[in-house]
Design a protein around this ligand. Structure first.
Ligand code: AMP
Ligand code: ZN
Length: 443
């Protein structure tokens, strides 16, 4: 565990690990995979899985042998609720995080002290990578509690040595007061919340460029388009870096953009990354979209082998001008379970967002509603207008038609488009809810 901070002049938080070349990454991964597999034999769940597959820990002799190990799924986590996957006795665990599922048991993730220390190192590595140093002031607008974005960023930012403000979610006026009074230079927020925060800033006459010292945003936890990121950077006058994490792999820290902003570096000293075809479960070639599958390499309490994340992405490259060779993945398109199937066409909310964000007349909040009308499935896209010109009917109608046409080119269906005044669509405190599916389900 690396606890000593590098000097402020260093580009890397952990230079040795961040600049490994491909053969070194693979050698380290094999060693850590073998140790993880041995550790997994303490888990009743994995022990049984291996027995069923006729596999022994000694059979994992190369990284290719990873493919002999069965996948782990969210259902497995639910079925073994609460502690069935754990590899250590409960007395060795110091933290539990849990995500509430919409159906069935929630999922539980256990951590030893070492897990928490390594997690803090991962987050600190990311924040250092985007230029944050102990002199920075870091404000975290994530919910604190079971959601890992709160404590995950808290410990990581503290590990880096920054003054860290656990502002927690919501209460925008208080967030803005903290930012101006405490000289916040870096903020972590879900992207949909940044746009809300900006609107409140505008309404109380605060200009983030002039009235705050903000220079870095970490945005993530929910899918967002490149267009949305650009808007956020523009309005806040800062760089916004995409941050990927999931509770099953600790939380934030798993993948993060470097200053090149050319995809997310996924840390291969902590995880093995596979991209597979969600149907055949066979690996897809670099550049092709598939499901992200992660194997944790440093977790003690609850390592997960070949965990199917349901997130869809692709490999962009395995080198980078920043000097880090850890694999670069494209921003997530969404989860396979976010995909809407409308009249046989597969559509992701992010495709709609990408189009909407190209219209300067539109604000950032939108809602997609699916309904069944006269036995036909329909989509309505409600989107907020940047400024009100509802009395100019012709202009409004023209805009609506242009949006409709652009959406049709992207999703191959013509949705209804409703332009609504700013501030009328619901805003959630955590991850944004973009789709409301009210279709009739035929049994
Ligand atoms: P949770 O475990 O509740 O924090 O949720 C993790 C899930 O959030 C991931 O599996 C992704 O679906 C989503 N997620 C997290 N970070 C990002 C990101 N940067 N871009 C897109 N989706 C994300
Ligand atoms: Zn890079």
């Amino acid at each position: 565990m690396d606890k000593t901070l590098p000097s402020d002049a260093c580009r890397y938080f952990n230079e040795a690990m961040e600049t490994l070349d491909r053969p070194q990454i693979e050698a380290l991964q094999l060693e850590r995979l073998q140790a993880t597999v041995r550790r997994c034999m303490n888990s009743p769940f994995y022990k049984e899985r291996f027995e069923q597959a006729g596999l022994k820990p000694e059979d994992i002799r190369s990284l290719d042998d990873l493919r002999r190990i069965p996948f782990t799924t969210k259902k497995d986590l639910r079925d073994t609720y609460p502690f069935g996957i754990s590899c250590v006795p409960l007395r060795e665990c110091v933290r539990l995080h849990s995500s509430s599922g919409t159906t069935g048991n929630p999922t539980v993730i256990l951590h030893t002290q070492n897990d928490l220390d390594e997690w803090a190192n991962q987050v600190a590595r990311n924040l250092w990578m985007v230029g944050l140093r102990p002199d920075d002031v870091f404000q975290n607008s994530s919910g604190y509690g079971m959601f890992t974005g709160g404590l995950g960023f808290q410990y990581g930012a503290e590990r880096l040595g920054m003054l860290t403000i656990p502002a927690a979610a919501g209460n925008s006026l208080r967030q803005i007061k903290f930012m101006t009074d405490f000289g916040t230079t870096a903020l972590h927020a879900v992207p949909s919340y940044v746009t809300r925060l900006y609107e409140v800033m505008q309404s109380c006459g605060v200009d983030p460029r002039k009235d705050t010292k903000l220079r870095v945003l970490a945005i993530g936890a929910e899918p967002h388009s490149e267009e949305q990121r650009k808007r956020i950077e523009e309005m806040m006058g800062v760089k916004a870096y995409n941050s990927f994490g999931m509770s099953e792999m600790c939380g934030p820290g798993v993948g993060f953009e470097c200053p090149e902003q050319n995809g997310l570096h996924f840390w291969e000293d902590y995880y093995i990354v596979e991209i597979v075809d969600p149907e055949t479960l066979e690996p897809v070639p670099d550049g092709e979209v598939g499901e992200l599958v992660l194997t944790s390499l440093c977790r003690e309490a609850m390592p997960l082998l070949r965990y199917r994340t349901r997130d869809l992405t692709r490999v962009l490259g395995r080198t980078c001008p920043c000097g880090r060779n850890h694999v670069r993945l494209d921003r997530m398109r969404g989860r396979s379970d976010d995909m809407m199937v409308l009249r046989g066409v597969n559509i992701f909310p992010i495709q709609i967002e990408k189009i909407l964000m190209q219209f300067p007349e539109l604000a950032n909040n939108y809602l997609i509603t699916l309904t069944t009308d006269d036995d036909n499935d329909n989509m309505t896209v409600e989107v907020e207008l940047e400024e009100l010109f509802t009395d100019d009917y012709q202009r409004l109608q023209g805009l609506q038609k242009r949006i409709q046409r652009a959406l049709k080119d992207e999703i191959l269906l013509t949705p209804h488009v409703k332009l609504v005044p700013k501030g009328t669509l619901p805003v959630s405190e955590g991850k944004a809810v973009r789709v409301s599916d009210k279709r009739k389900v035929y049994q």
